[in-house]
Design a protein around this ligand. Structure first.
Ligand code: NDP
Ligand code: 8X3
Length: 248
């Protein structure tokens, strides 16, 4: 049976790579994002694999209810739309950036889940894959609210699964580390030089690596739920805990 995946944030990075990868594997796609032109380009490129494109800002609850509520059952919801803004310390951030991250990474993900989950429960099948981040586990200077939103994604994923016990509906939190996409350009608000430095001299994860991981997760046997996966480039690892010394 042909399966359907709905991808939020399909216009770039992980979302776009997943669209291409799943199309290659014979899946049907419902692609969403704010940039309609990019969705149309993908539709042209991927042809019949694209069941529908939907211009959607996940922060807009009414839009999510109206546009996603009208859909039939989807086999996989990939809650991928998200962003980081800024790397300033907590006391120096633009509070609007915090609002945008919370509205997108937390509330947008909640809205999409709440709208599509009832149909999954009713049909007793489906899989929600949430894109978290290593930032949800491991703090770093300037990560502040971004890391907080991804910690929410991790715990929300676990709590969803707790509610879903007794159903066949699966939930996974996929937490990538540094990956090369438009993520850093967005974080640094169009400053391409600062964005490029994030990946300079290191081999970051690529969006296709994440697409392959998502595909593996959703193709485990039906009785297997991958609760969480953390994926990093071999050029990334943890550092020691920071210590401030009085003579620093
Ligand atoms: P990109 O910036 O390349 O892609 C982000 C996607 O999210 C775009 O398609 C964008 O589409 C969409 N998006 C952003 N805001 C909204 C919104 N309000 N409504 C709908 N769609 C939105 O970044 P990545 O592919 O790297 O990021 C994808 C996810 O992975 C994010 O959740 C990010 O936090 C997470 N992540 C990224 C890592 C990295 O190092 N790159 C590592 C770990 C996690 P559009 O602008 O068209 O709306
Ligand atoms: C993206 C990875 O390290 O920039 O979630 O927070 S990081």
């Amino acid at each position: 049976m042909v399966k359907t995946i709905l991808i939020t944030g399909a216009t770039s990075g992980f979302g776009r790579a997943c669209a291409k990868y799943f199309a290659d594997q014979g899946w049907q796609l419902i692609l969403t994002g704010r940039r309609t032109q990019r969705l149309e380009q993908l539709e042209q490129e991927l042809g019949k694999a694209v069941q529908q494109i939907i211009t959607l800002d996940v922060r807009d609850r009414e839009q999510v209810v109206e546009k996603l509520g009208a859909l039939e059952h989807v086999d996989v919801l990939l809650n991928n739309a998200g962003l980081a803004l800024g790397l300033e310390p907590c006391w120096d951030v633009d509070i609007n950036d915090w609002d945008r991250m919370v509205d997108t990474n937390i509330k947008g993900l909640m809205y999409c889940t709440r709208v599509l989950l009832p149909k999954m429960v009713k049909s007793n099948r489906g899989h929600i894959v949430n894109i978290g981040s290593t930032a949800g586990d491991w703090p770093y200077p300037g990560g502040n609210t971004y890391g907080g939103t991804k910690a929410f994604v991790q715990q929300f994923s676990r709590n969803l699964r707790a509610d879903l016990l007794g159903t066949q509906v699966r939930v996974t939190n996929l937490a990538p580390g540094m990956a090369e996409s438009e993520f850093s350009e967005v974080r640094f608000k169009g400053d391409v030089e600062s964005a490029a430095k994030v990946y300079q001299g290191a081999e970051a994860l690529q969006p296709k690596d994440i697409a392959e991981t998502v595909f593996w997760i959703v193709n485990r046997p039906a009785h297997v739920n991958i609760n969480a996966i953390e994926v990093m480039s071999v050029d990334q690892a943890w550092g020691p805990l920071a210590v401030h010394r009085k003579d620093d």
